[in-house]
Ligand binder design. Structure first.
Ligand code: ADP
Ligand code: MG
Length: 225
């Protein structure tokens, strides 16, 4: 369970150009559910996801994860939490050029200090699930859009995070690949992951796997369904 109470993020706080990108959000996200954040560009979706994923700290309010308040935790705890609790898929995928698919997928596991063979085995299992076995040793700069998307997904899953966060994951995909992405989400849900997606893609908005839709505008929630 992720619990947000009065969460705000004000950029350039205290300056004339101060801007509340997220403005007083109260929200409960039960474990194991798929939630979609939608709303126009600039409505605060990405900012909210970075707060939930502990990539940034709220200016106000409190975020609890399974009852533990994370907003006040020191940076070293947040780093550990980010690595083990959350898996991120960014809109631009952020894959590391010059490395292979397998190396990219293994990267987030490096700080955990597990045996390399074990990490590689896990990575290959995930790649197989995502139909990327044949591409394991290909350099990421040669991948198609769909392959890059699935590689980013595989990388998000390497540390078996309880919560997977995907920001506009289908923005660079055609509708066939978008559907493939939704199948991956359905599998994640089946495996008990909590999934948070931001998107204004109608394909995602109307997908049966999405259980909860939170609509944002100007940093606020205007509708929850
Ligand atoms: N680092 C930043 N500094 C100042 N303003 C920002 C920053 N990041 C985002 N914003 C602003 O906050 C608002 C919400 O942005 P964002 O969360 O990216 O919205 P969305 O993902 O819904 O498009 C936008 O108006 C954006 O320009
Ligand atoms: Mg965004």
């Amino acid at each position: 369970m992720i619990e947000l109470t009065g969460v705000s993020k004000i950029f350039n706080e205290g300056q004339p150009n101060a801007f509340p990108a997220v403005d007083g959000i109260d929200l409960l996200l039960p474990s194991g559910e798929v939630t979609l954040f939608t709303g126009p560009s600039g409505s605060g979706k990405t900012t909210l996801l970075t707060l939930i994923g502990c990539l940034a700290k709220p200016s106000m309010g409190r975020i609890r994860i399974d009852g533990q308040a994370v907003s006040g935790l020191p940076e070293r705890f947040l780093t550990a939490l980010r690595r083990t609790t959350f898996g991120f898929v960014f809109q631009k995928f952020n894959l590391i050029h010059g490395l292979s698919v397998l190396e990219n997928v293994m990267l987030p596991a490096a700080p955990l200090g597990l045996p390399r063979q074990q990490v590689m085995r896990t990575a290959m299992e995930i790649l197989e699930k995502l139909d990327l076995t044949r591409k394991a040793h290909a350099r990421v700069e040669w991948l198609s859009g769909g392959e890059a998307q699935r590689t980013a997904m595989a990388r998000a899953l390497i540390n078996r995070p309880r919560v997977v966060i995907a920001d506009e994951p289908t923005a660079n995909l055609d509708s066939r690949l978008g559907s493939a992405f939704l199948q991956i989400i359905a599998d994640l849900r089946h495996d008990g992951h909590t999934v948070l997606i931001s998107s204004h893609d109608p394909l995602v908005l109307h997908a049966p796997v999405v259980e909860r839709v939170v609509t944002m505008r100007d940093g606020r929630i205007v509708e929850r369904g």
